[in-house]
Ligand binder design. Structure first.
Ligand SMILES: NC(=O)c1ccc[n+]([C@@H]2O[C@H](COP(=O)([O-])OP(=O)(O)OC[C@H]3O[C@@H](n4cnc5c(N)ncnc54)[C@H](OP(=O)(O)O)[C@@H]3O)[C@@H](O)[C@H]2O)c1
Length: 253
């Protein structure tokens, strides 16, 4: 239970779903974990659970839509003077609807959080990791990015673009000691689904997702957490570019 003892890990999107699950496990494995998201009440609940179990955790309010907020997050995380070993970004939002009638607010928000926010966090993490020549940056993407699912057009685009960005990062910084992993995942239950719980897709949206993702089967949060832990526990001389983990389905990806 101390796979990550002595490490410092920042999890963005840690107030719910997969990010919360990863934060809990990272702490259980002995790391000092910094949890970030917009809803601080939810983060404080996560922190309390970690501390009750004997782990070390700190909550930070952060909105990936704001560059200033992301900068403030990294400043706060650096304040204890310990180096940042890993960033895991599990934050994203999603609207599932036809693009032609989608609000500008919806598609701009997906681009701002899922893509620009992820890129912004990567830049700040690099500022801490490159001078030390070590660090691990993990972004959670989606099989929707590989499939380009109708009714999830902009969401799929943000995930495909983020995967592409990570490939470019490996080219620029492949020899720096900083590693970049794409954790590409499929349908996972027990989460807020990037807002799907609040904004359930209409019938057409559901039909589209089912057609493109096959069976209505789901993974559990712990399945994805296990993959994240595998990524984080790889030694520094191993480059783990991409993990694809999805529900059992008949899909050619
Ligand atoms: N669940 C699935 O089936 C599935 C499938 C494929 C890929 N994924 C990906 O897996 C990751 C986790 O998804 P999930 O289903 O666990 O989602 P979730 O339960 O909705 O959790 C999303 C997290 O992102 C945070 N977040 C959203 N907007 C943010 C912002 N502007 N700034 C900071 N944090 C923000 C949320 O916190 P606040 O609201 O408190 O800010 C929350 O902690 C996402 O990248 C998602 O795209 C999920």
């Amino acid at each position: 239970m101390d796979l990550l003892a002595g490490r410092k890990v920042l999890v963005i999107g840690a107030s719910a779903g997969i990010g919360a699950g990863i934060a809990q496990r990272v702490a259980a494995e002995g790391a000092s974990v910094h949890l970030a998201a917009r809803r601080t009440d939810r983060l404080e609940q996560q922190v309390a659970a970690i501390r009750t179990a004997g782990g070390e955790a700190t909550a930070h309010a952060c909105d990936l839509e704001s560059g200033d907020s992301v900068a403030a997050l990294f400043e706060a995380v650096a304040r204890d003077g310990a180096p940042l070993d890993a960033l895991i970004n599990a934050a994203a939002v999603l609207w599932c609807e036809p693009f032609a009638t989608q609000s500008e607010h919806a598609w701009r928000t997906m681009l701002a959080i899922n893509l620009a926010g992820a890129i912004c966090a990567t830049q700040h993490a690099l500022a801490h990791m490159l001078p030390r020549g070590s660090g691990h940056i993990v972004h959670v993407t989606s099989t929707a990015g590989a499939l380009a699912i109708p009714y999830l057009s902009v969401y799929s685009t943000t995930k495909a673009a983020l995967a592409h960005f990570l490939t470019a990062m490996r080219g620029e910084y492949g020899r720096s000691g900083v590693r970049f992993t794409e954790l590409q995942i499929g349908n996972t239950g027990g989460t807020e689904g990037g807002g799907v719980v609040e904004r359930p897709p209409g019938e057409e949206g559901i039909r589209s997702i089912m057609r493109w993702t096959g069976a209505p089967s789901m993974m559990e949060i712990d399945d994805v957490v296990g993959a994240a832990m595998y990524a984080l526990s790889t030694p520094p001389h191993v480059r783990l570019d991409r993990i694809v983990i999805r529900e059992v389905a008949e899909i050619p990806t």
